[in-house]
Write a new protein. Structure first.
Length: 227
């Protein structure tokens, strides 16, 4: 895909202001939106869909601080890519780990991780879902495993996925494998994925190109189209 204008960078600095109250579309639990849309689940038709993986977190796990450093590096780039995707009418689906007891409560998860007391709240406040976005919770590494992601993508008529988020060699990799098996074209911008160790990212990116035939060029070089 040909070049596009450069992305703007951000500092990712922690904010002392109260966390904003994000609004979003919970893809499987909003009957009013589903009823008001002609498309199943309220999903717009688009051949390209942007996925944001595991960026909503309190980073309270082994190597969490190292992963947070990666998240702070890639968050501004994902935010800029998402803004460009919105202009191109490409929908965004957040697919995120459930933290703690399973309650299928996306709002509680985002509010918890965006609170000023949470480690990495600056990342979550920066990248939190908007009202136009779809949000799914997943129990394991792959965004497809035990989630309605495949159903949403089918409703959209999607053929191409842009994968971003954490961590390159884990959840991004497992989601990419499952997408490849489902014959999706893959774009995995190397400046929009991260891991606790840059070596892990490099190895995964080599795998994405050599095995999955993925396009891993930087997000600044992508021309975005919903078709």
């Amino acid at each position: 895909m040909p070049n596009v204008p450069s992305l703007q960078s951000g500092t990712g600095a922690p904010s002392s202001r109260p966390a904003p109250t994000p609004r979003w579309r919970h893809a499987i639990c909003d009957p009013s939106r589903m009823a008001s849309s002609k498309a199943p689940f309220g999903m717009p038709r688009a051949r390209t869909v942007l996925l944001i993986l595991d960026m909503i977190s309190d980073f309270d796990f082994p190597d969490g601080e190292a992963v947070l450093r990666a998240a702070r590096r890639i968050a501004p780039r994902i935010v800029a890519l998402k803004a460009r995707a919105a202009k191109a009418r490409i929908p965004t689906i957040y697919v995120n780990d459930n933290l703690g007891r399973w309650r299928s409560d996306v709002k509680a998860l985002v509010d918890r991780c965006a609170s000023d007391e949470a480690l990495g709240c600056d990342v979550v406040q920066q990248i939190a879902p908007g009202e136009e976005d779809f949000v799914l919770l997943k129990p394991k590494h792959s965004g497809f495993y035990a989630t309605p992601l495949a159903a949403l993508l089918e409703a959209a008529g999607a053929k191409r996925l842009i994968l971003t988020g954490l961590s390159t060699q884990q959840c991004v990799l497992f989601t990419a494998n499952d997408a490849y098996l489902r014959e999706f074209e893959l774009i995995i911008p190397r400046d929009c994925v991260g891991a606790q160790d840059s070596r892990h990212s490099r190895l995964a990116l080599q795998y994405f190109t050599s095995v999955l035939s993925a396009d891993v060029r930087p997000s600044t070089r992508l021309r975005l189209s919903r078709r």
